[in-house]
Ligand binder design. Structure first.
Ligand code: ADP
Ligand code: MG
Length: 253
């Protein structure tokens, strides 16, 4: 089903990549560019991987990016979300877990739809070792969601340590960033998280609040910004993450 390229994304002519090289770009000379691949991962379950993957895919699609959501989780929550999505910019879903016997790398060899610009990968908890290494080799950006609790901070520290120890992320100049999720700003947990993040050499991109909006959006196949009445402060926090992913943020240096 996914072996042949599909042509599902409408052609557009307005593309100016903020962090693309000034020299002639591949699409200008008729060679397809490699889509930007964004992995949302952490060793721990329930920290917001699927919430961030789906909201990010929705935000990128809303910006006009031809976006693919790769769901590696056998629970298929991302694709379930996608199946509810109607009347908003389309996202192409791929059930990557069905190809698990092929290994992570071969899954990437599957053809994406023609014109794909952004690929968001939602993976299950507990990805580590060879699987993690293979994913890191294939992506451009890694977003690590962390919730402000001691248990979550320890789990994130172990996960980040594994990413750094393999050395592959640094060697390939993969951009890594932490997103704090379900934050109550004055809580003790958030202060501990801030102290932990201050010790890291990877950026703290944004902090998303604990908001009913995420639950409502999840139930409707929308990103929080696509809700009829989105929470306004949350939109600004999302803009920080999307701009970082798109290479438009001061954090991109
Ligand atoms: N910022 C948030 N505010 C409110 N609920 C959230 C938030 N982030 C995640 N959730 C909820 O927490 C649960 C777990 O989130 P999920 O994204 O599925 O985690 P993971 O994919 O890491 O297991 C879901 O029910 C989701 O709706
Ligand atoms: Mg999930």
């Amino acid at each position: 089903m996914f072996d042949e390229p599909l042509n599902i994304f409408p052609r557009r002519t307005d593309k100016a990549e903020p962090d693309a090289p000034v020299a002639p770009r591949a699409q200008d000379v008729g060679v397809p560019t490699r889509p930007r691949r964004i992995l949302v991962a952490n060793g721990k379950g329930g920290c917001g991987k699927t919430t961030i993957a789906t909201n990010l895919a929705g935000s990128l699609a809303a910006r006009g990016r031809a976006t693919v959501l790769l769901d590696y989780d056998p629970q298929g929550s991302s694709l379930q979300w996608l199946s509810l999505r109607q009347g908003v910019p389309p996202i192409h879903g791929v059930a990557a877990h069905r190809r698990a016997n092929m290994g992570v790398t071969r899954t990437f060899a599957l053809r994406l739809p023609i014109g794909t610009e952004r690929v968001v990968l939602d993976v299950p908890a507990g990805i580590h070792g060879q699987d993690l290494l293979e994913l890191v080799r294939e992506v451009d950006i890694i977003i690590i969601p962390v919730m402000p609790s001691v248990i979550d901070i320890h789990a994130a520290a172990r996960f980040i340590q594994e990413l750094l120890i393999t050395g592959k992320a640094r060697a390939r100049a993969v951009r890594m960033g932490v997103v704090a999720n379900r934050v109550h700003e004055r809580s003790v947990g958030f202060q501990s998280l801030q102290r932990f993040l201050a010790t890291l050499s990877i950026p703290f991109v944004t902090k998303l609040r604990d908001s009913e909006g995420y639950v409502m959006a999840a139930e409707a196949g929308l990103s929080i910004s696509e809700l009829p009445k989105p929470p306004r402060r949350e939109l600004l926090l999302w803009e920080d993450l999307v701009r970082w992913v798109e290479g438009e943020s001061p954090l991109n240096g």
